[in-house]
Design a protein around this ligand. Structure first.
Ligand code: NAD
Ligand code: MN
Length: 789
């Protein structure tokens, strides 16, 4: 038997398992995990699936797989509970959320053990990370419920929210979804992952315990088929999903045109960037928390390690040394670093990717830890010799294995970091404050950790850029995902007449005096349509001119021109404001001419008023350019957590026919003020206004390519732009059919789409401008800066 002195020398711990008696007794009492519908646990009517402990292969329970009828019952209960729940004062909802937080805290140990047994994650993590964050999330959102009326005036809840969550943080993802939805006054139908249904059931029991009104929270257990039923249910007003990008795409298409609000938190392949002036030992500990935390089953895992060449050998040597002490095994053992993979299927998926990495020529460095004889365990490690194009460099492994690359210069680090379809997070290691902030600004990621990794807080928005999804969870931004501006009466917008007339029209009363041809405006130049075709524009008094008929090629040229104008996002907000003010000046000088053109369209009942409103709108967004800024969020002590409003890059704007000048300006101005470049499709029926506008733009200080104007068939151009990978976000104001078209066409690169098929009164500032436009023109980047020793 070793002496204490021996143990102090070797640091070899004896086993220290957490007790499971209470959980085992609870499981014995609940051999079948039921749904939670309308405050009750009805007997499941559909098939059952086994719930396994992946560390032991033991069957823990059976779980119900939700049927059509059960989803229907849950949705009906949520709908019935909505009027009363949403009408409660915020303070009353705050008390329920507070009670949930308190009761979760009182059951922390039970829930930690349960989570560990179901998921395979170590007890250290479920106890010290998952559960405290769960409780924190309910407390934080009890606060938002309390403050709802004052902090979100003129907003209302959405109704019934469908929420689908993954298996990697079962209870934490439940908390991230439920707390803001409930605080905002919505009711919910939530589906846990079929691999990890247990903690959601325990949570449902806590809902009963605190007396949450029946129907406010409904939990339907089940697999992807059950999820699809929730996503497709017509009574769901909002769908919130966390999981794979593949399923995210399916849900984007499935909900297209349904009017459901959608938020997606998807996969990642996040860079972990180590500069030569980093504290290498701290960075090595960072890797432990980045890729071996939660067995690497973390959407924001630092799974691509990028190391500056000069320190790479030393860094890899230190990492290899650190790996020697990693303990892999019984997740209930308090001394374990790495537990079990969630399932044998996921383990097989990881193993297949590891084999592929080796087959592609990389070297796998594995931790020497012996794996338990039983259970779904995976050897942690990292690859060297991976190339950027290798499968393992691009594909999310979702296991405890990182790929590595080296770089020479900071610019090269940024290029490699951004060489991914994803954009969830980034971790940057350097002791040079100028450098880390510079790189933080340049990486395409929704969350950036400086000299840190995997930090989370209920008050700090979390979510992705690019194919990592859209929408944020946490803080004020997270609340807005569950609220909408108070409804305005908008009738469905009619689709403009098609086909457009390109043949000569001898009957039309075209008079030479008003014979105008609108060209396209691309890269600061007037351009003819690639097709060589124009279409006849009808106004108040018959045909009033011709407009270029842009096609796919013109749209692509415009996107290319916009991409080249990237300097616009880099100039100061003050300078952007100056450019916009000067634009107003130039428009004012052409007042008579533009007013006459508006009058000729027949679409502007009060052309003078529309012009005046246009000038005011320019001033309003010029004013906002340096005022719609970010915040410092109170997260943890010794952390500055910044939320920065970043432009998307190229934003496509598809304009409606009503108020042709004002709607065009109302849509491009917020995008420009926030630093985006714009490709705009002018009103299909009144495109001559575009010609007036580009004449004004030509005399302004707007750099070439910052605004590009297309005329032609709205929905055809919208589809091309929605499909285009270099368009980062898209706004569509057209017909309801067009809404469905652009939403489904955007599933390729999962760009955020704001698509509206109802008429707006653009002259009314309450409808035609506002913070909502500015928010949609930006994506939040959350930057974590720990400080102090
Ligand atoms: P998944 O996307 O298939 O499942 C996530 C959730 O969506 C589960 O609740 C599942 O039942 C549900 N679902 C599946 N298909 C659905 C459909 N068609 N309609 C509605 N809901 C559906 O993820 P997975 O199979 O559990 O894991 C596969 C891969 O996804 C992982 O290897 C990993 O790369 C990724 N993943 C990412 C996250 C994340 O947090 N971003 C979480 C889990 C998994
Ligand atoms: Mn399980």
């Amino acid at each position: 038997m070793p002496t204490i002195q021996d143990i102090m020398q070797t640091m070899e711990y004896g086993p220290a398992p957490e007790g499971t008696a209470e959980v085992t007794a609870w499981l014995a009492a609940h051999p079948v995990i039921p749904h939670y519908i309308n405050g009750k646990f009805p007997k499941p009517e559909g098939p059952l699936a086994e719930v396994l402990n992946p560390a032991t292969d033991a069957v823990l329970a059976q779980v119900a797989l939700g049927t059509e009828a059960e989803v229907e019952a849950a949705t009906r209960a949520a709908r019935a509970a909505f009027p009363k729940w949403s009408a409660l004062p915020g303070h009353a909802r705050a008390q329920y959320l507070y009670a949930l937080a308190r009761h979760i805290q009182k059951r922390e140990r039970f829930l930690s053990v349960l989570e560990t047994m179901d998921n395979g994650k170590t007890i250290r993590e479920s106890r010290d990370i998952d559960l405290p964050l769960v409780a924190r999330h309910f407390y934080h959102h009890a606060g938002w419920a309390e403050l709802l009326e004052t902090e979100f005036p003129a907003h209302q809840p959405l109704g019934v929210c469908g929420q689908i969550i993954p298996w990697n943080f079962p209870l934490l993802m439940l908390a991230w979804k439920l707390a803001p939805a409930l605080a905002a006054g919505n009711t919910v139908v939530l589906k846990p992952a079929d691999l990890t249904p247990l903690s959601a059931f325990a949570f449902a029991q806590i809902c009963v315990e605190v007396g949450l009104p029946p129907g406010v929270v409904n939990i339907v257990q089940g697999d992807g088929a059950t999820g699809a039923r929730i996503a497709g249910h017509p009574q769901i007003d909002k769908l919130a999903f966390t999981g794979s990008t593949e399923v995210g795409r399916i849900l984007r298409r499935q909900t297209a045109g349904s009017g459901k609000k959608l938020s997606l938190e998807l996969g990642g392949k996040s860079p972990f960037i180590v500069f030569e002036d980093a504290d290498l030992d701290a960075a090595v500990e960072g890797v432990v928390d980045a890729i071996w935390f939660n067995q690497g089953e973390v959407c924001c895992a630092g799974s691509r390690i990028l190391v500056q060449e000069g320190v790479a050998p030393r860094f890899f040597a230190k990492l290899t040394a650190r790996m020697q002490t990693l303990r892999v095994g019984d997740p209930l053992d308090k001394t374990m670093d790495v537990g079990a993979i969630v399932s044998r299927k996921q383990l097989a998926r990881i193993d297949a990717l590891l084999q592929q990495g080796v087959a592609e020529g990389a070297t796998f460095h594995r931790a020497p830890a012996a794996l338990p004889a039983q259970g779904a365990f995976c050897t942690p490690g990292f690859f060297t010799g991976t190339a950027p194009a290798h499968t393992v460099s691009q594909t999310e492994i979702f296991g405890p294995v990182a790929t590595t690359l080296t770089f020479r210069t900071p610019d090269e680090a940024v290029t490699l970091a951004n060489d991914s379809r994803y954009g969830l997070s980034a971790s940057i290691w350097s002791e040079n404050v100028t450098r880390v902030i510079d790189i933080a600004a340049k990486v395409k990621a929704g969350v950036v950790w400086i000299n840190a990794t995997n930090l989370f807080d209920a008050g700090a928005p979390f979510g992705g850029f690019r194919e990592s999804g859209f929408g944020r969870e946490g803080g004020r931004a997270g609340m807005l995902e569950y609220l909408a501006p108070k409804a305005r009466p908008g009738k469905p917008r009619p689709a403009p007449a098609l086909p457009l007339t390109v043949a000569p029209c001898p009957d039309a009363a075209t008079r030479p005096a008003i014979d105008i041809t609108a060209k396209l405006y691309i890269g600061g130049k007037q351009a003819r349509a690639d097709s060589g075709q124009s279409y006849t524009v009808l106004g108040r008094a018959g045909a009033i001119g011709q407009a270029a008929l842009a096609n796919r090629k013109d749209a692509r040229n415009a996107v290319e021109a916009a991409a080249k104008a990237s300097g616009w996002g880099g100039i100061t907000a003050h300078n952007r404001a100056q450019v916009l003010y000067f634009l107003a000046e130039n428009l004012a000088q052409r007042r008579d001419e533009v007013t006459a053109a508006l009058a000729a369209t027949g679409a502007s009942p009060k052309p003078e008023a529309e012009l005046d409103a246009s000038l005011r709108r320019i001033f309003w967004y010029a004013a906002q350019a340096d005022k719609f800024d970010g915040a410092v969020t109170a997260t943890k002590s010794n952390h500055v957590t910044l939320t920065v409003n970043e432009p998307f890059g190229t934003l496509a704007v598809i304009c409606p026919d009503e108020a042709p000048l004002l709607s065009l300006l109302s849509l491009i101005l917020p995008a420009l003020a926030m630093g985006n470049r714009v490709v705009a499709v002018a009103a299909q029926s009144h495109p001559l206004i575009a010609a007036k506008l580009y004449q004004v733009l030509e005399t302004s200080d707007l750099p070439a390519g910052v605004v590009n104007l297309l005329t032609g068939e709205r929905d055809a151009l919208a589809k091309t732009l929605a499909e285009h990978d270099d368009v980062a976000a898209l706004w569509y104001h057209g017909s309801p059919d067009g809404v469905a078209l652009v939403e489904s066409s955007s599933a390729g690169n999962l760009k955020p789409v704001w698509a509206e098929g109802t008429l707006r009164d653009w002259l009314d500032p309450a409808q035609g401008q506002g913070a909502d436009f500015l928010r949609r023109a930006t994506q939040i980047k959350t930057i974590w800066l720990p400080y102090g020793a």
